[in-house]
Write a protein that binds this ligand. Structure first.
Ligand code: VNL
Length: 390
């Protein structure tokens, strides 16, 4: 479908929403959950789907008199597919909410559809700062890379790390991480010696790591998306970078709980900053982790799972608040300003920006009870996305 046909299809759908026929298909409330279930980002899809199903199992599938129907679609993390699937979900399935979005380009591809059809779009994974500005219907329950990166740039120079090389995936979140880490480190008297970018698809880290070895900084700061951290860690250790005195630091995407336990003792001591650790010491998190593992053959929930779980909560609470008969605008209004305790700690959906405000933790990989975990050792409370201030 070309753009014009698509827009008129959406307008038709909007017209039918306005006359009430779409809502008349009774007492179901449909959530279109679009995720990368196959391909390079499949772990993200698996984590979020499992978390959404856990939330429903724990909270029931009837809310405010409506039966919740979860429609999961695989977009293979190809934005053109995300867009087509979103269009079908809005026009044919008449979903009440769109949710998921494993990577930034997928979230951005759907933003115009959300705006046109007035469908709330709950971003559970993608983390480029600007995403929430792409549509007034976007609400985010994951995190932003500026939010996660700045804390580490404050920690590093106080801990003997002054000269850093950055290595990021060459797209939205990587560029945010690079920029905000560098700005803050420089402000703190440190220095970024070189900024390296690797392709998102099928990256070969070897030549980049060789370059880092030659430059010999105090530390290498890395952002790669969830699922790619283990490959970086393996090559970092194989090349003896740690033995050459180069520390590995980054946002928590690199010591992703989905993979961390298989990374081996070489990962011990790696310091990262992030909003969620499976090891987060709270009763709410313990309950979440236990239930998630029980329902998923021992799979450890990572930060993607938490974004999905909390996203479902935001949708459920909005449906309750609107007593089951609100349209897109009413649901969106009821999502704004929600404040609650997540497994990650306290969180808040800023009504102005529709973005998540949350604690950012500094963590160090340690072996605990025989397993590798990101163990939190410091916290910066209630961090807003620093990308929004400018
Ligand atoms: C993104 C950001 C994706 C952080 C990620 O994993 C991640 C994104 C799939 O915005 O594309 O860990």
């Amino acid at each position: 479908m070309n753009k014009r046909n698509f827009l008129s299809a959406v307008s038709l759908a909007v017209a039918s929403l306005a006359t009430g026929s779409a809502w008349a298909d009774g007492n179901t409330f449909k959530i279109g959950l679009i995720l990368p279930m196959t391909g390079q980002q499949a772990t993200t899809g698996r984590q979020i789907e499992a978390a959404a199903r856990l939330y429903m199992a724990q909270n029931g599938d009837t809310v405010a008199g409506k039966k919740i129907e979860l429609i999961v679609k695989d977009d293979t993390s190809v934005p053109d597919v995300t867009k087509r699937v979103a269009q079908e979900l809005v026009v044919n399935d008449k979903v009440n909410v769109l949710a998921g979005f494993g990577i930034t380009p997928s979230a951005l591809a759907v933003a115009p559809i959300s705006t046109q059809s007035k469908t709330p779009q709950v971003v559970m994974a993608a983390a480029t700062s600007s995403i929430t500005e792409a549509s007034p219907y976007i609400v985010r329950t994951s995190f932003t890379l500026p939010q996660a990166s700045v804390a580490l740039a404050d920690w590093a120079p106080k801990n003997g790390i002054k000269k850093v090389v950055t290595l990021v995936s060459d797209y939205g979140p990587g560029i945010d991480a690079e920029k905000f880490f560098k700005e803050r480190l420089t402000f703190n008297g440190g220095q970024v010696l070189e900024s390296l970018r690797v392709p998102l698809r099928g990256p070969d880290f070897a030549p980049f790591l060789q370059k880092v070895r030659d430059i010999k900084p105090d530390a290498l700061f890395v952002f790669v998306p969830s699922g790619a951290g283990a490959a970086v860690m393996k090559q970092f250790l194989e090349r003896g970078m740690d033995k050459a005195g180069i520390k590995l630091i980054g946002t928590g995407d690199i010591t992703d709980d989905d993979q961390l336990n298989d990374m081996g003792d070489g990962a011990i001591g790696v310091v990262t900053s992030h909003h969620y650790s499976t090891y987060h010491p709270s009763a709410a998190n313990k309950k979440f982790v236990d239930a998630f593992q029980k329902a998923n053959k021992g799979l450890r929930p990572n930060f993607m799972a938490v974004g999905g779980y909390d996203g479902m909560r935001v949708i459920y609470e909005a449906l309750k608040a609107t007593k089951g008969n609100g349209g897109g605008d009413a649901l969106l209004a009821a999502m704004k300003g929600q404040i609650f305790e997540s497994p990650r700690g306290p969180m808040f959906i800023d009504a102005q920006t529709r973005d998540v405000v949350q604690n950012i933790y500094l963590r160090k990989v340690e072996r605990k009870e025989g397993q590798l975990y990101n163990v939190e050792f410091d916290v910066i409370k209630d961090v807003k996305d620093p990308g929004k201030a400018r």
